[in-house]
Write a protein that binds this ligand. Structure first.
Ligand SMILES: C[S@@+](CC[C@H](N)C(=O)[O-])C[C@H]1O[C@@H](n2cnc3c(N)ncnc32)[C@H](O)[C@@H]1O
Length: 251
């Protein structure tokens, strides 16, 4: 296996490879656009082959789903929660979460090149003064099944990062970390391809299931990126299938 270095170029980020800039990047001067197939994100970890792809979440879908969670899923005030983006990519969801007043925003990303780009974006965000006072943002480069999560209230965000095998391992590790800890844990799942894994686990209860629509701007931007893929292997519609889950504390 060839090791990928932090400075290696990833396929899919050149115009002749279908790259187009999302309006979010134009508005904020960051770099989160593009679609990179999972097979191009292999960097030497045993879970590389379970990576779906890199693609930043549509900002409109993110904001609407978080609003649904606030209305019907959250169990503590926003400022008590740590937001964790599981599979943070270039950090778009972290930046969006940074607008919302969480106690802390954490991202975990397996691919070293994406992690480096995410760190640059976070730096730009804080230099531009968009980070709310007292809020911390942290990008962890590593595997989601191996990280130690903060002990307080957690909201986990997953934009279809990995296949069923890693999803099972991730949930198992999280459940073990939370034994004897009754602080709220909620999970928001966008493009919920591995929903059956959650359905098959005893300690998870679903509080939301639905389609979350993209705004016209996001739909046009995402369709443009999908249409330009050289191999046409990924698709996106005008909405994302989403769900929200709560972890029941272990007795
Ligand atoms: C669809 S992208 C989502 C990016 C980001 N959450 C967003 O919405 O803007 C999924 C990301 O999950 C990452 N990923 C996949 N498996 C992972 C793992 N085991 N640990 C950490 N990150 C992983 C991929 O490298 C990819 O960047």
């Amino acid at each position: 296996m060839i090791e990928m270095t932090k400075h290696q170029r990833l396929p899919g980020l050149r115009k002749d490879e279908g790259y187009t800039v999302h309006p979010f990047d134009e508005a904020y001067g960051v770099r989160t656009s593009g679609l990179i197939a999972g097979r191009h994100l292999r960097a030497g970890h045993k879970h590389d082959r379970d990576i779906t792809a890199y693609f930043g979440v549509a900002p409109s879908v993110f904001r609407k789903l978080l609003a649904k969670w606030r209305r019907g899923g959250s169990r503590a005030p926003m400022e008590k929660y740590c937001f964790v983006d599981v599979g943070a990519g270039m950090g778009r969801a972290m930046l969006l979460a940074g607008e919302m007043g969480f106690r802390e925003v954490v991202g975990v990303e397996l691919n070293p090149v994406l992690a480096r780009i995410a760190r640059k974006n976070l730096l730009r965000w804080s230099v531009d003064g968009r980070l709310l006072a007292r809020q911390r943002m942290k990008l962890i480069e590593g595997d989601a099944t191996e990280i130690k999560l903060p002990a307080g209230p957690l909201v986990l965000f997953l934009f279809n990062p990995f296949e069923a095998r890693v999803m099972k391992r991730f949930l198992r590790a999280l459940e073990e970390q939370r034994v004897g800890n009754s602080a709220p844990v909620e999970l928001l799942y966008v493009n919920r391809e591995q929903e059956a894994v959650l359905e098959g686990r005893k300690r998870w209860v679903r509080f939301y299931l639905g389609e979350v629509a993209r705004t016209k701007t996001d739909a046009i931007a995402d369709h443009r990126i999908m249409a330009a893929q050289p191999d046409g292997e990924y698709t996106s519609g005008n909405f994302e299938e989403c769900s929200g889950w709560r972890l029941v504390p272990a007795k």
